[in-house]
Design a binder for this molecule. Structure first.
Ligand SMILES: Cc1cc2nc3c(=O)[nH]c(=O)nc-3n(C[C@H](O)[C@H](O)[C@H](O)COP(=O)(O)OP(=O)(O)OC[C@H]3O[C@@H](n4cnc5c(N)ncnc54)[C@H](O)[C@@H]3O)c2cc1C
Length: 448
């Protein structure tokens, strides 16, 4: 008997709704389940790097960026003490700053308008298995009736976000909280460089900002450590580590925002992808893989994964052959590992750099020089250059540059120069080991 659906997608967030919007017009029958289809006010996924925009263009979904005051972003500005520098994105490329909730509603509407998509309001509970331990669908609690129901499909995509309920079954991931981001909206704020993402390096911990509408700027303030900032600690952090470093042109709207209060706080995770390949199911989005949001690489990774998975699924004549689906899932996990390595390494390496005074000054001075190195670095950040060698090269060039700069200044700085190199190695080594190891997928498979 032919199944009612080809794919069951758990979670109509950025990953689940986008893959539904892409595959549904191609005739693929989809059950799209989420516990909440209402617009959410979130501080995540508000800056799309050019790599994410290119993916949307390639999937012919870039029109979904229109109609809700999303703002083009031309490049990055770095501010360190009283020094400032800008690095443009590569020619003909733009990022986008936007309200994630509005963007997601656009994507969902685009998916749901297809007759091949069935919207299911409910909370997914458990993956369903047959006697051969193959996954055949999911049980869920229907929102209106609270009844427990089931959906069956030859492929289940789990894209239920960073608190995923299904990691236990489908991966060996180890999740860690690197820090928290405190999200503040600045109204009618003059940024030092309009149409730019800003990284503020002057304080002890970094903060970033970018436009999300024509009169709003998102400010994300890092709070280091793995403990949720309590109210008193948060205020102290703002007073000591942030307020003194806000540029004068932004101060008024910053102070008004602090006075308004009601900030959102989110944990920043690092979790390398270590999938367990099970017949009938595949993971997508934050459920599978997370990196620090400092570089805004999350959606670049999500959209690139959607393209890779879709390419493999669309190469099948239909969803009738479970063995073939399984082969395609394996191919997806292999291909995505390479495609996302730069995004994952850069995000967490840069966060390590920002928390290290010597390296922080080195990165600023290195990028301020401009030229080919700055261009290659920004193309990696933009998600346009996925060459692993280019990333490792740039990382060590900046550390060497920092070390050379110190010694050139004063030969007594030799110990500091050596420290820069050692610190750079300590930051990059575990990340490269996690992300560049071709054996990750396979070892993940054998571990359970
Ligand atoms: C503070 C912060 C800032 C960030 N900023 C950026 C940025 O500027 N640029 C960028 O590219 N990336 C950014 N990211 C990362 C990016 O937001 C994520 O990578 C992206 O949102 C992941 O999409 P997703 O679909 O996996 O998860 P989500 O978008 O969270 O979607 C998960 C969906 O699953 C649903 N769901 C969950 N459990 C169930 C269940 N049991 N049953 C049914 N439905 C369920 C939820 O309701 C939700 O709709 C940021 C992340 C953080 C933490």
């Amino acid at each position: 008997m032919k199944a009612e659906f080809d794919i069951c997608i758990i979670g109509a967030g950025m990953a689940g709704a986008t893959i539904a919007a892409y595959l549904a017009p191609k005739g693929i029958r989809i059950a799209l389940i989420d516990q909440c289809f209402k617009e959410k006010k979130r501080i995540v996924g508000e800056l799309l790097q050019p790599g994410a925009v290119v993916s949307l263009q390639e999937m012919e979904l870039d029109h979904l960026l229109e109609g809700f005051d999303a703002q083009p972003v031309d490049g990055y500005a770095l501010l360190h003490g009283d020094q400032r520098t800008t690095i443009p994105y590569p020619m003909h490329h733009k990022g986008m700053g936007l309200h994630n909730g509005l963007f997601l509603q656009n994507i969902r509407a685009s998916a749901l308008k297809n007759s091949t998509v069935t919207q299911v309001h409910g909370k997914a509970l458990q993956l369903l298995e047959n006697d051969s331990h193959e996954i055949i669908g999911v049980s869920y609690r229907e929102e209106n009736t609270s009844e427990i129901k089931s959906i069956f499909a030859p492929l289940t995509i789990t894209s239920d976000g960073f608190f995923s309920n299904f990691r236990e079954t489908l991966s060996n991931n180890e999740k860690s909280v690197t820090s928290y981001f405190i999200g503040v909206i600045l109204k009618d704020c003059e940024m030092p460089f309009p149409k730019h993402g800003h990284v503020f390096l002057s304080g002890p911990t970094p903060f970033i900002c970018y436009p999300i509408s024509s009169n709003e700027v998102r400010l994300l303030i890092d709070f280091p450590g793995d403990q949720l900032p309590r109210k008193a600690l948060l205020q102290e952090h703002l007073d000591t580590n942030v307020t003194p470093y806000i540029p004068i042109d932004m101060l008024k709207s910053y102070q008004q925002a602090i006075h308004r209060g009601g900030f959102k706080v989110m944990p920043n995770h690092y979790m390398a992808a270590k999938p367990i390949i099970r017949k009938g199911a595949v993971m997508l989005g934050d459920a599978l893989n997370m990196r620090h949001p400092l570089t805004g690489g999350g959606l670049t990774a999500v959209f690139s994964d959607i393209q890779i998975l879709s390419k493999h699924l669309l190469a099948m004549p239909d969803f009738g052959n479970n063995d073939l689906i399984h082969t395609k899932i394996e191919a997806y996990y292999q291909d995505r590992q390479h495609a996302n390595a730069n995004l994952n390494i850069l995000a967490n390496a840069l966060y390590g750099v920002m928390s290290n005074n010597l390296l922080k000054s080195a990165v600023f001075n290195y990028l301020k020089c401009g030229g080919a190195n700055a261009q290659e670095s920004i193309s990696i950040l933009a998600g346009l250059n996925r060459n692993n060698y280019a990333l490792i090269k740039q990382f060590f060039c900046l550390a060497l540059y920092g070390a050379y700069d110190l010694v050139r200044d004063n030969s007594a700085n030799l110990p500091k120069a050596a420290k820069i190199l050692v610190d750079a190695l300590i930051i990059i080594r575990p990340l490269a080991k996690n992300e560049l190891s071709l054996g990750t997928v396979v070892s993940g498979y054998f571990k359970k």
